[in-house]
Ligand binder design. Structure first.
Ligand code: SF4
Length: 263
């Protein structure tokens, strides 16, 4: 095993800026083979990645964290995307039901500290249980979503999961996303049309007004303290020293030092 630092990815990230989401998806599949999956909450951008994967026939599993308190519309979207796009969507669930958690620890999501603990248990931990299974996770974070995502790199190390995050839509703008969804009739969560700009647990998500920031509907009851759940490493403040450990030959493949030719 060898260390791959975020700083090591700088040149590669720069060279990937001109690639399309389809090309980035193909790169991820070629580089990681069976050790890459899509991670998605099946919001607009996530459904778009699922559509891209389906069209490209890259045969990637989709990991979906079902916190147990999602909206019925979100679960229906998951099922419709799986059936329509022919994808294997794997639902990851927390150890405790929300009822068990509340009985044991109280209603956590009403305070900033409790929210962090609740998101850790209900979102991050179910994904963390798969640590070691994948060397890369394809995400749908976009710079167009602004705030902490305004500079999200295409490739980012995820020290917690010890894998590479591949944000294939990082430089896909709002208009491009809207055009892709419309042109391809991409399945989307019907809650978006009811004013939900972003969608997570029913306890912590509300619609937003037209002039509010997209994420204003998340943890609205907590004010400006809680903006992100922490499942995406680039939403946290990590420097270029962040690193993961991967086999040396895989790092060589990622960085383009080694190419397998099939003639
Ligand atoms: S979004 Fe709310 S209910 Fe869902 S895991 Fe986080 S704190 Fe808990």
């Amino acid at each position: 095993m060898a260390a791959l630092l975020q700083a090591d990815l700088a040149d590669l990230n720069a060279s990937m800026e001109s690639r399309t989401p389809q090309e980035l998806l193909a790169w991820a599949k070629t580089t990681f083979g069976g050790r890459v999956a899509i991670l998605s909450a099946l919001q607009r951008a996530g459904c778009t990645v699922c559509h891209l994967a389906s069209v490209a026939k890259v045969n990637l599993d989709v990991l979906f964290v079902d916190t147990g308190v999602l909206f019925p519309e979100t679960l229906a979207t998951r099922d419709l995307v799986a059936a329509t796009y022919g994808l294997n969507i794997i639902s990851l669930t927390p150890e405790m039901t929300m009822e068990e958690q509340t009985e044991k620890l109280g209603i956590l999501y009403l305070t900033p500290d409790g929210q962090a603990q609740c998101c850790e248990m209900r979102k991050s931990a179910p994904l963390l249980a798969l640590k070691g299974r994948y060397d890369a996770l394809i995400g749908s974070l976009r710079r167009g979503d602004g705030e902490r995502r305004s500079k999200v790199p295409i490739l980012a190390v995820d020290p917690k999961m010890n894998c590479l995050r591949v944000n294939v839509l990082a430089n896909f703008g709002d208009q491009e996303l809207a055009d892709y969804i419309r042109t391809n009739s991409v399945i989307t969560n019907p809650l978006h049309k009811q004013g939900y700009a972003t969608i997570s647990c029913n306890r912590c998500t509300t619609p937003v007004l037209p002039d509010e920031p997209k994420r204003a509907g998340r943890w609205r009851h907590l004010g400006p303290w809680a903006m992100y759940c922490g499942i995406n490493p680039t939403d946290l403040d990590r420097g270029t020293d962040a690193a993961i450990d991967l086999p040396q030959d895989l790092i060589d493949r990622i960085l383009g030092r080694k190419v397998d030719f099939a003639i």
